[in-house]
Design a protein around this ligand. Structure first.
Ligand code: TPP
Length: 266
């Protein structure tokens, strides 16, 4: 304020011209994420969708191990913490015992595609009626940027100082394509959050994925191509451009499976 006085949230709301505010499904707190990390942005998209669908009181989140391990502090929904990679197994138990709840997992690429590869494959194959938000930043972020299953060929990480060599380390795994091939998955798409257009598309997909669960159709999963400015050693803007120019060519954005019953919800 020009006179140095602070204005409270209540005063802004009283003015009635609010353009932007925190979704109810997010807590009023700071996050520990690095500057420019898109975990916070993806949290917001999920929270907005929860608000819009009016499901905050019946949502249970399964938090992963990884940079988003503390996400239960950032959401104002019920939450449990899974062991590394085991979120889909935990979500299975929660949803089967409380089918009226909305259950989602939130997992990094180390969590979902490496240590938890078995859990996500079997949950999708069984057609568990849960929603999976898969954040692919191509590295193990929390533990200082080691190679993940999704690290790109030639990409330098702390465990591949000369770049990922596919002859030695294998190829990056395209998880959305793999999961889409399983019969119990009903909605599997890949989105990103590197500019306004992709963020809008990602938000729309989050709503559809949760609607698929509300309709009882089976497993829905969104893979988000995400960034890690800290471990990629880039500025936040450069890391977003890097997603577009380097990740998207290997991990194409798009819809890999949308069954007819989900199309009817879009
Ligand atoms: C059973 C087990 N193995 C290994 C670890 C160490 N660990 C913690 S986070 C992590 C990688 C997380 O990477 P990712 O899932 O890609 O998420 P990000 O941190 O990049 O968001 C690992 C290997 C652990 N906590 N538990």
């Amino acid at each position: 304020m020009p006179d140095g006085n602070l204005i409270t949230t209540e005063e802004i709301l009283a003015q009635g011209n609010v353009m932007y505010q925190r979704p109810d499904a997010l807590s009023e707190t700071f996050t520990h994420y690095c500057p420019g990390c898109t975990h916070g942005l993806i949290h917001r998209l999920i929270a907005e969708a929860i608000d819009e669908l009016g499901i905050r009181e019946k949502t249970i989140m399964v938090a992963p191990v990884g940079c988003s391990v503390l996400m239960y502090y950032y959401f104002d929904v019920d939450a449990v913490e899974a062991a590394h990679g085991r979120a889909p197994a935990m979500a299975t138990g929660l949803k089967r015992t409380q089918p009226h709840k909305v259950v989602f997992t939130y997992q990094g690429d180390g969590d979902l595609a490496s240590i938890g590869a078995a859990e996500i494959l079997h949950a999708a194959n069984r057609g568990e009626n849960i929603t999976v938000f898969f954040v692919n930043n191509a590295v193990y972020g929390m533990t200082s940027g080691q190679m993940a299953p999704t690290t790109l060929p030639g990409m330098v990480t702390t465990s591949t100082p000369h770049g990922r060599d596919v002859e030695v380390h294998g190829y990056p795994m395209r998880m959305a394509e793999i999961i889409a091939g399983l019969p119990g998955a009903v909605y599997v798409v890949r989105r990103s959050v590197y500019d306004a257009r992709t963020i809008r598309q990602a938000k729309k997909a989050v709503v559809t994925a949760l609607k698929a669960q509300l309709a009882g159709l089976g497993l829905s999963m969104i893979e988000f191509l995400s960034n890690c400015p800290t471990n990629w050693h880039m500025s936040p803007p450069d890391s977003l451009t890097w997603i577009r120019d380097n990740m998207v060519p290997y991990f194409p954005l798009g819809d890999f499976k949308v069954v007819d019953a989900v199309k009817a919800l879009e």
